[in-house]
Design a protein. Structure first.
Length: 88
């Protein structure tokens, strides 16, 4: 990506509830950000060391677990599923 100017990126989570003989119900959430030019941080895995969340200057791997949980696309998707199931 050395010469790529548009470094916008997003993490995507898609989860599904499927019950036999019913239509599947999909839930999605995202974490918007950009791809950094370097690797930083030790907290995380995968792309965390090169991903900078939108509105932040730190790489995702520099965030604490508590900070990551607040912005987590996986966590927000699970909250959507839990809210759905509470009202099901």
């Amino acid at each position: 990506m050395e010469k790529i100017k548009n470094r916008n990126a997003r993490f995507v989570t898609c989860m599904c509830i499927y019950k036999i003989e019913e239509e599947p119900i999909f839930f999605e959430d995202y974490l918007e950000g950009s791809i950094a030019f370097d690797f930083k941080g030790e907290n995380g895995f995968g792309y965390d060391p090169i991903f900078i969340p939108k509105g932040d200057t730190r790489h995702l791997a520099e965030h604490s677990l508590e900070e990551k949980n607040v912005i987590s696309h996986r966590g927000k998707c699970l909250v959507k599923i839990a809210d759905y199931l509470k009202n099901y």
